[in-house]
Ligand binder design. Structure first.
Ligand code: BG6
Length: 484
């Protein structure tokens, strides 16, 4: 099956912070891949803007180098690469002064979608928004895109929202959480709301508990300063894991439209109970064969920042009362593996007797790697006398089921950047959602600070601190394995 590409109209995209890591590693390669897929027309303009005094040719060289590194397969087509680079331009510009803004204004096209991507730290969001307005660059077709971290706590997120709201309407603000752009995350909604099979069982009567694991094998090298201030709670749980939880827990929206979906997600966040201190485990990686300890990496022998969090959350509403959500995420774990496991209850009575064994159904939604969905069902163990039961997976690997051309689904940024151009906010966070997520996260972090909590050490390359196993064991449950 060949994926369908829906072309977009011509647009101007300005990337502030265009020489930075995110722009070079994610945004520009995503644009290039969409260009190669034929999604956008020839007269698009991509304008890099940053403080570096480069001319357009020098910037194109920088971009070409990044594309060779981050989109190597597409770069094999030299003609496509050159054609893409012709669409790329550059302005040296300072967010804090008037320098460069006149040149930027002169390059923009009248009367088409104009997107400004703030690929910069949040302290520049306000100055950039002000200068876009002051230089009359904002039209009715203007959108701005902002990246996480969206604030450090509730207060700073409210301040950022207020700053942006002073210059742009909510309908113009696209807050990225790149997890929402991941193919399988969207598939989660398709599975839930496109099938009759699951939704009737999707509640505390049939679901024992839910496990959301986002395990990473990478550490924090190159991002020490940011991470030391953030930790796993702010870096991953407040946003990515929270969004996954919302998509699992939300009520069916009436329509797949931005506000209908975001209203339902917001209700989930607001229904979350505060987390009890004994329902949360923080960890910090030690060195191991594969590298330095967290403390060595950040150069702070007394750091108490967590690189791992496991917690038990409760969504207090009719659907989920009594069904816990266990979330865990960490750096330098045994494998890169993001999976949501919906753990169904045991059948109420076994007609086969105690010796047959009992197996509960598990629906696993694999976000990465090997995107796909597996449903474990119980059948008779073949060839045995009597009735012994065994689990078998009904496995749907998207690459296998949909053909080799779907082996490599579009990167989250490809989807999200094109949604900005199309003006579709469904997969972007609304201001009130971000604030509600901070309102739930802040007391957890404040509790750690008040108690002088020190994270539990765990070996690099392990599955995390032993206490995370205990968190489950106390409830008579256990984590599913972290398998690459
Ligand atoms: C980012 C976090 O938002 O997501 C990183 O800041 C993390 O710490 C990354 O590594 C994970 O994204 P992905 O797409 O690689 O799972």
């Amino acid at each position: 099956m060949v994926s369908r590409v829906i072309p977009v109209d011509p647009f101007d995209l300005v990337i502030f912070g265009s020489t930075g890591d995110l722009a070079q590693r994610k945004i520009l390669p995503a644009l290039f891949r969409r260009y190669c897929a034929g999604q956008w027309p020839e007269d698009v303009q991509i304008i890099g803007a940053a403080r570096s005094e480069l001319d357009s040719d020098a910037f194109r060289d920088v971009v070409a180098q990044s594309l060779r590194e981050h989109a190597p397969a597409h770069c094999a087509d030299a003609k496509a690469l050159n054609a893409f680079l012709q669409r790329v331009d550059y302005v040296a510009l300072d967010a804090l002064t008037d320098e460069g803004w006149g040149q930027l204004a002169a390059k923009l096209t009248i009367d088409r979608v104009r997107a400004f991507y703030f690929s910069v730290g949040p302290r520049l969001f306000g100055p950039l928004a002000e200068r876009i307005k002051a230089n009359d660059l904002a039209t009715t077709q203007t959108r701005i895109v902002v990246e996480k971290p969206f604030g450090h706590d509730l207060g700073s997120a409210q301040a950022l929202n207020a700053t942006l709201a002073a210059h742009f309407s909510e309908g113009q603000i696209y807050r990225i959480d790149h997890y929402l752009g991941k193919e399988t995350v969207q598939n989660l909604m398709a599975v839930r709301f496109g099938n009759m099979l699951f939704e009737p069982l999707w509640n505390s009567q049939y679901v024992d508990h839910i496990q959301i694991t986002v395990a990473e094998s990478v550490g924090i090298d190159g991002r020490e300063e940011y991470y030391e201030r953030a930790g796993a709670m702010r870096d991953m749980v407040q946003n990515h894991l929270m969004q996954l939880l919302c998509l699992i827990a939300m009520e069916p929206p009436a329509k797949f439209d931005p506000d209908a979906v975001r209203d339902e997600k917001l209700k989930v966040i607001r229904a979350l109970d505060p987390v009890e201190p004994h329902h949360i485990v923080r960890g910090q990686f030690e060195g191991g064969l594969s590298g330095r300890s967290y403390r060595n990496t950040v150069g702070n022998p007394r750091s108490t920042t967590e690189s791992y969090v496991a917690l038990r959350a409760h969504v207090s509403n009719w659907r989920w009362a009594g069904t816990p959500f266990y979330l865990r995420t960490g750096k330098r774990l045994v494998a890169r593996s993001s999976v949501i496991n919906v753990m169904f209850k045991d059948a109420p009575h076994s007609i086969f007797g105690a010796d047959a064994g009992r197996h509960a159904n598990v629906l696993s939604i694999r976000l990465q790697p090997n995107e796909g969905i597996t449903l474990k069902v119980t059948i008779k163990e073949p060839g045995q006398g009597g009735m012994r039961l065994v689990d078998v997976p009904l496995d749907m690997s998207f690459a296998e089921a949909l053909g080799p051309e779907n082996q490599d689904p579009p990167d989250a940024y490809e989807r999200l950047v094109m949604d900005v151009i199309r003006g579709n906010q469904t997969l972007f966070m609304r201001g009130d959602e971000v604030e509600a997520a901070w309102a739930w996260t802040d007391p957890i972090i404040a509790g750690w600070q008040a108690r002088g909590d020190v994270p539990k050490p765990y070996e690099s390359g392990s599955t995390g601190p032993g206490d995370a196993e205990l968190l489950m064991k106390r409830d008579g449950r256990r984590w599913q394995g972290i398998n690459p």
